[in-house]
Structures are given as structure tokens and as C-alpha cells.
Write a protein that binds this ligand. Structure first.
Ligand code: GLU
Length: 154
């Protein structure tokens, strides 16, 4: 079990995300991460293996990460060891797509092989990185309009 929280508003998102994630700690997790951005800056991703207080320390309670839009995630790793590289968030190389998920993608190996043939490389063992890069593939293929023919074959 794990958890996902999101915030968009006028407050700084990071401390709200950390506080919200603390309410989901009872569900169990082995790493945690936040991704925060504002309308002009690149997204910032911070993640840490272990307890949420390690992520809080790493971000000075969220103060070190600026932005009013964000998502937080506590992860229970199902693919790969629970270390920082496998922790969510996962991000595409061009930083256009950043994502988390709570589940298992059964056909991730097949998708990974197809994406590899399209020159994608992978830094983690997770199924989630594959999902993020699959979205990135379609995002680029359709010039940012991923609603358009999203489920086309690779
Ligand atoms: N399959 C996901 C992973 O290992 C599970 C993440 C989760 O449910 O927390 O990245």
C-alpha cells in the first residue's frame, strides 16, 4: 500500500504535500517523493528512501522546494529494490512528463523493450518509469496532444 496526494492553489505546495503524506504513512511505504513546480520554472523532483522525515529533512520541511502546484507519493516498491532511483517520481529525459502510480503494470517488460527500440533508456527497475516514458513517447509523437490517438501501437 502507498499513497498519492496533490495540491494546486496559492500556497507553497511542498509543506502541504509533506503534511498530507504524513496522514498516509499508516498505509506503509519504503520511499517517498514530491514533485513541485510553478507556472514558469522547471519541475523539481525530490525523493528519498525510507521514512518521510528523511524527505522532510532533505527539503527543509518543504521550504527548499518552491512552487504552488505539486504531487506527493509514498511508494511500496514492487519492481526493484526500495532505493532512491526506484522511488517515485519518475521523469522522462526531456522532463516533459513526470509521474507516479500505485499498482503493477503487468506488461511493462514488453513496453520497455518496445520503447528501447525507440531509443529510450531506463535508470530504474520500475514499471512506473516505463509508464512515464510511454506517455512521453506519445506526448512527443503527437506534439503535446496526448489525448490524440493515445493508444496507437508503438
Ligand atoms: N509498481 C510500482 C513500483 O514499483 C508500485 C508503486 C507503489 O504502488 O507504491 O514503482
Amino acid at each position: 500500500m502507498c499513497g498519492i496526494v496533490g495540491y494546486i492553489g496559492s500556497e507553497q505546495a511542498a509543506s502541504i504535500l509533506l503534511d498530507s503524506l504524513s496522514k498516509l504513512e499508516y498505509r506503509g511505504y519504503d520511499s517517498a517523493g514530491i514533485a513541485v513546480r510553478n507556472s514558469t520554472e522547471d519541475v523539481q523532483v525530490v525523493k528519498a528512501k525510507g521514512r518521510l522525515n528523511i524527505l522532510a529533512e532533505k527539503t527543509d520541511g518543504g521550504n527548499a522546494v518552491k512552487g504552488t502546484i505539486g504531487i506527493g507519493h509514498t511508494c511500496w516498491a514492487t519492481h526493484g529494490e526500495p532505493y532512491e532511483n526506484n522511488a517515485h517520481f519518475h521523469i522522462a529525459d526531456d522532463r516533459n512528463v513526470v509521474g507516479v502510480q500505485n499498482d503493477i503494470i503487468e506488461n511493462y517488460q514488453e513496453l520497455k523493450e518496445k520503447l528501447t527500440r525507440h531509443s529510450y533508456s531506463f535508470y530504474s527497475q520500475t514499471d512506473t518509469e516505463v509508464a512515464v516514458k510511454l506517455v512521453d513517447y506519445y506526448y512527443n509523437k503527437h506534439n503535446g496532444d496526448i489525448c490524440l490517438k493515445f493508444m496507437n501501437t508503438l
